[in-house]
Design a binder for this molecule. Structure first.
Ligand SMILES: [Zn+2]
Length: 306
């Protein structure tokens, strides 16, 4: 049984999978195009996000939202996954019939009630790439009582040009852990350099880091991560598609475990990167003993264990 600690919600692509799955094949063909392959990892992600197929607004109905949730749970059944910490936006704007994240929580709970051995917890997305006005709107929504009841943590994403926004808001976000016992997860070690990474993790001391790959190049960061018991939630297929690291040459899971750093294996954006947990394990080329250790870590660091 697997525990997935890093997965994005991807409601738009999940809807494409329902209403026009051929569009997904077209989208995935970008991975082999020369205009994509020549880009750096950060530009590759931007390129993919700009190229996402978006269904007509008439498809964003309550009925299809329920189908999207059922699709996620069905994948859990097929892939032997018992738990997901799911990163979800606080503003499901395209889904006009979904009032807020609490409404989404109720729909998930109804679908999950038919699968007593499956759990999905919500991690609220805080995107520092957005404007200050949008970030403040997210923070406003985050601190509402019913939002706090629907989520178990937050996950912060940013590019290097967003450091000033991180510095402006991180103390407010830290109060989520100190006053409300929520997990703080930080996307790092894909695009930002290690001088920036060190400043960020020193300030926020995240419970977990999504990816964390390039942090392993810095002995100072490795020491900090180990000393503070921070877990790295790695996603090999996403790294491979974006060109963050060559998993065949350098295996970051092996490197981290050799250093005594806790690691888990995850699917990131499974529909976008055309992946699942079995493909991730294959890409990481793990022995059964290594895989068992990662599964143990994922249970230990799951938001279930707050
Ligand atoms: Zn991610």
């Amino acid at each position: 049984m697997y525990y997935i600690l890093h997965q994005h919600y991807e409601s738009v692509l999940r809807l494409v999978k329902i209403v026009n799955p051929n569009k997904l094949d077209e989208f995935h063909s970008i991975f082999n195009s020369s205009s994509f392959l020549k880009l750096n990892p950060q530009s590759k992600l931007k390129f993919l996000q700009k190229s996402l197929p978006i269904p007509d607004s008439k498809y964003f109905t309550l009925e299809n939202f329920i189908k999207v949730v059922e699709q996620t749970v069905e994948e859990m059944v097929q892939q032997n996954i018992s738990h997901i910490d799911l990163r979800i936006s606080l503003h499901l704007e395209r889904w006009k019939d979904i009032f807020d994240i609490c409404h989404a929580r109720n729909i998930y709970d109804k679908v999950l009630a038919r699968h007593i051995d499956k759990t999905i917890f919500f991690i609220a997305a805080i995107d520092m790439k957005k404007s200050e006005a949008e970030i403040e709107k997210s923070i406003g929504a985050l601190f509402k009582k019913k939002t706090l009841e629907s989520i178990v943590g937050i996950d912060i994403t940013m590019y290097k040009e967003d450091v000033y926004k991180f510095n402006k808001y991180y103390k407010t976000l830290l109060s989520l852990r100190n006053e409300h016992k929520k997990k703080i997860i930080m996307h790092l070690g894909e695009f930002t350099t290690n001088d920036i990474n060190f400043e960020i993790i020193r300030k926020i001391k995240p419970d977990r880091i999504a990816h964390g790959i390039t942090l392993l190049d810095s002995p100072k960061l490795c020491e900090f991560i180990k000393h503070n018991n921070i877990c790295l939630d790695m996603c090999p297929v996403s790294n491979k598609v974006l060109g963050v690291v060559d998993w065949e040459k350098h295996n970051p899971i092996k490197k981290a475990t050799d250093l005594g750093i806790s690691v888990t294996i995850n699917t990131d954006d499974p529909i976008m990167f055309d992946t699942n947990i079995n493909k991730e394990i294959k890409t990481a080329n793990l022995s059964q003993q290594q895989l068992n250790l990662l599964i143990e870590n994922s249970k230990k660091y799951s938001a279930e264990n707050i």
